[in-house]
Ligand binder design. Structure first.
Ligand code: HEC
Length: 187
């Protein structure tokens, strides 16, 4: 029994050393401009969700979802997040295919997780990805405001929708037909 455990232990050590050796010899890919394979996405997304479930404090937002706070959240989003996650005009983000893993478009494909979950991600970032931790860059109340905005993209009150419409030409209509595609069909 003792020998078996020692054998397993030594095998694990050798495998770990081999992995470190291969990495140090330059065999690990480091490019960020390729899509991750499906199996890797599956494992890492499950690991991320389960880690957040384990670590994130539950609780409701201390910031009321008033028109004023939602508009503030929209502005915070435009200033800090749109570069990676897509602008209010619903065009693809400039960095859509430039990070590993790629940033999801949070405007055209809104995050449906609860607010405490989104807040935890925005505050603490996601390790080994391009998602920064915002706790040193934004006050906690601003993180709650952008969280409030992101979790209500498809059900914003009329005054906030109006503000959005004026800020862009498109407005918050999620599934508007694309005139570009129609044009292509005709030719
Ligand atoms: C430099 C690029 C970058 C910036 C800027 C950025 N993010 Fe991210 N964000 C990412 C990437 C990349 C991911 C995906 C990480 C992954 O797949 O695990 C991500 C993931 C997320 C997620 C999780 C989405 C999901 O799938 O559940 C949320 C929420 C989020 N970001 C919100 C924000 C907010 C809010 C801001 C601005 C305050 C912001 N991000 C700024 C790159 C960025």
């Amino acid at each position: 029994m003792g020998k078996l455990i020692l054998g397993i232990f030594l095998t694990v050590v050798v495998l770990l050393l081999a992995a470190v050796g291969l990495a140090l010899l330059g065999f690990l890919p480091t490019r960020a401009n390729l899509p991750p394979p499906q199996w890797e996405r599956h494992i890492t997304m499950s690991a991320l969700d389960n880690s957040i479930d384990r670590h994130a404090p539950r609780g409701s937002s201390p910031v009321p979802a008033s028109d004023e706070n939602l508009i503030a959240g929209m502005k915070i989003y435009t200033m800090n997040c749109a570069l990676c996650h897509g602008d209010l005009d619903r065009k693809p983000s400039a960095l859509e295919h430039s990070l590993y893993p790629p940033p999801p478009n949070l405007i055209s494909d809104p995050d449906t997780d609860p607010e405490w979950h989104i807040f935890y991600i925005v505050k603490n970032g996601i390790r080994y990805t391009g998602m920064p931790a915002w706790d040193k860059a934004l006050p906690e109340s601003d993180i709650w405001k952008v969280t409030a905005f992101l979790s209500r993209i498809e059900k914003l009150p009329p005054a906030v929708q109006e503000y959005w419409k004026n800020a862009t030409s498109g407005g918050p209509v999620v599934s508007a037909p694309s005139p570009l595609n129609d044009e292509h069909k005709e030719h």
